[in-house]
Design a binder for this molecule. Sequence first.
Ligand code: OGA
Ligand code: NI
Length: 373
Amino acid sequence: MAPATPFLPTATDEKTLRPSFIRDEDERPKVAYNQFSDDIPVISLAGIDEEEEGEGGEKRKEICRKIVAACEDWGIFQVVDHGVDAELISEMTRLSKEFFALPPEEKLRFDMSGGKKGGFIVSSHLQGEAVQDWREIVTFFSYPIRARDYSRWPDKPEGWKSTVEWYSEKLMNLACKLLGVLSEAMGLDKEALTQACVDMDQKVVVNFYPKCPQPDLTLGLKRHTDPGTITLLFQDQVGGLQATRDGGKTWITVQPVAGALVVNLGDHGHYLSNGRFKNADHQAVVNSNYERLSIATFQNPAPEAIVYPLAIREGEKPVLDEPITFAEMYRGKMSKDLELAKLKKMAKMEQQEVLKKAGEVTAQPKALNEILA
Ligand code: OGA
Ligand code: NI
């Protein structure tokens, strides 16, 4: 018997959300997908490659200053005049849209559940986690080149291979250029951050957020920081990327800017700068009017790369007790997330138990913190 097709958010016209997508109240969106903020700076990179001496040097210094300030402030900024061809981005967008519009069985030929390296997955959510994200993704492991497994790169629609190769190379170059700016700001050689990654990994994740019947109850992608060094995100004009600086109490929605790339610093970048540069705390919300597409390109250190501050400023303590490998850092992050998810699940079960005992049938469920108090 053929296995049952899993539920795909793209393939439903249900008017209410399935329970597996409903978030606890404290995790639900607080700000609308299209209530845009201009708190995140948009920085033009025109002139960043100028000679460091003379007038060009001044221009370059000014750009670097803006980038550094944004990294200290939010760990997020947007770049325009970044040198990645508009045509290339629109080709990536076209292929992505055509892919997600394929029938479920075509996409599921590249199903990556069970730990396969690359392909399609309905909604990435941690094992053991109760709530699913309202998104489908397709992922390409693109660097190091020797580790590319083209059998995991979808073959439909035609043209993925050359386009993703071209795109991933362009974005790797841009990411390294930005890391050069941050290295210099830390008083180090331009290559310091890239070298600390040993052999840089790169993963391209295309996120597709279908229209959602009850967007206020769910998230496209739950709150997180990216684990790696630096992420470049292309988003369409719909809106949905949100950031917080106070642990999720208040949120802003990043204003989509045509042709721009959003730059997010990850945990690795944060640790290497000894906490000077923020790791962007972010999520994606969905809506009932439009589907949304974003393409995230993650630059990560090699698994064996050492994670430890490269520069510790006077009067500062290191943010890490001891050097660890990126693989260890990643495992630690995952198990902490899993632990939190389990605690949450248990608290929820307890809550249901208490409500059952109280013979609750009609009353509103109590807030979690009221019961646990
Ligand atoms: C991610 C991410 C945000 C978005 O893929 O890690 O944060 O807007 N995506 O899709
Ligand atoms: Ni992210």
